[in-house]
Design a protein around this ligand. Structure first.
Ligand SMILES: [Zn+2]
Ligand SMILES: [Zn+2]
Length: 375
């Protein structure tokens, strides 16, 4: 059901032409009619992720030029001829777009073991592309996306609120739903005042978990106080902790002493979600875990993380990783976020000011920085 009369003129795009340089704002040809299972969307909001910064620095050794952004939201302009009617997508429908899994192969182990997702399709397919990394992403006015990877935006959720949920939100949602974490009653989030962390604190509290929200700079701790204040009664489950105030090795006992209600036994919490890219944070997390607890590594430091065999053997600690979530998790997360009012702390910029947004990012803004294409 392709839409006729698509204007085939140009559009504004933010193109990364050189690593380490700002985006070049330029007019480029607008994508043509979508083919196969693709849809063409008009981008409404596009969020800046840490991976965009890593990509722009040249560390991922991908090809340039590239239009960045892998967490965005838009309105459907046209559908390819093979878009499944089961998706209930139509012109005018608003969708959230995570960058992963553009055109999965449909035949590999991942695609044929979809874990509640569409058979023949997996966001973990190793052959698929990534919008914003290997294909042009959301920092442009129109974008071709794979209909199988999008989620309809529930009524009541804005595009600027949806965009940050597409990578940051989904990643932390998936970590909280890891098989070894979802049953946890007490967890610690390290780096809780950052982009992923402040969403994770809200999700976890609304999921019924007690949360040690740990960070180590004033700006992040202030953001956490604001977040806690918006949570209402479930905010009582959130314990904001300044990591600078504690000796790591003595942390569980000290926290327990300072806050008797806290879900930390003298041995620690059920699970730790690691967001900072540092060995020191990893070591702190290990000290917070009770025996048989689980460390979920979400960050990816440049160097290897050192794990003590003593923790694995004598304390039965599990160390697992978590990438971005599956598609059924994406949809579940959007419904949950809408129902409970989970929202990113967002600062918006007009598209033309994307490079100002990037500057703000490098100053350490605690929430999410989002381009609002309607400004
Ligand atoms: Zn595959
Ligand atoms: Zn991301």
């Amino acid at each position: 059901m392709a839409t006729p009369n698509l204007p085939s003129d140009t559009m504004l795009a933010a193109v990364l032409e050189q690593f380490g340089e700002p985006y070049s704002m330029q007019q480029i040809p607008r994508p043509g009619s979508p083919q196969g299972q693709d849809i063409l969307i008009k981008v409404l909001a596009a969020s800046y992720c840490h991976t965009d910064a890593v990509f722009a620095s040249g560390q991922l050794s991908q090809d340039l030029p590239r239009v960045g952004c892998h967490e965005f939201a838009g309105e459907i302009i046209a559908l390819g001829p093979d878009v499944s009617s089961e998706q209930e997508l139509a012109v005018g429908v608003r969708v959230g777009v995570p960058g992963r899994a553009y055109h999965p192969c449909g035949a590999c182990y991942e695609c044929t073991h979809p874990d509640k997702d569409i058979m023949g399709y997996s966001p973990y397919c190793p052959s698929s592309g990534n919008l914003g990394l290997t294909r042009d992403g959301g920092f442009q006015q129109y974008c071709l996306v794979d209909s199988r990877q999008v989620a309809m935006i529930p009524d009541g959720l804005t595009a600027t609120q949806t965009a940050p949920l597409m990578c940051a939100g989904l990643t932390i949602w998936a970590a909280l739903h890891h098989d070894k974490v979802r049953w946890a009653s007490g967890i610690a989030i390290l780096g809780a005042g950052g982009g992923l962390g402040h969403l994770g604190v809200q999700f976890a509290a609304h999921l019924g978990m007690q949360v040690l929200a740990i960070d180590a700079n004033d700006r992040s701790l202030e953001l956490l106080q604001q977040i806690k204040a918006t949570l209402g009664p479930v905010g009582q489950r959130v314990y904001i902790t300044d990591a600078r105030k504690y000796d790591i090795s003595a942390m569980p006992a000290l926290i327990q002493k300072s806050s008797p209600d806290i879900p930390v036994t003298e041995l620690g919490v059920d699970a730790v979600i690691l967001l900072p890219e540092s060995q020191a944070a990893f070591d702190m997390g290990m000290n917070l875990l009770r025996n048989h607890g689980t460390m979920v590594v979400v960050s990816f430091p440049e160097k290897k993380l050192e794990v003590s065999a003593h923790d694995l053997v004598f304390r039965d600690i599990n160390v697992v990783g978590s990438l971005v979530g599956r598609n059924h998790q994406l949809r579940e997360m959007l419904v949950f976020a809408t129902k409970h009012g989970v929202s990113a702390k967002v600062k918006t910029f007009p598209f033309e000011q994307l490079n100002n947004l990037v500057e703000e990012y490098h100053k350490g803004y605690g929430g999410k920085l989002v381009v609002d294409m309607t400004l």
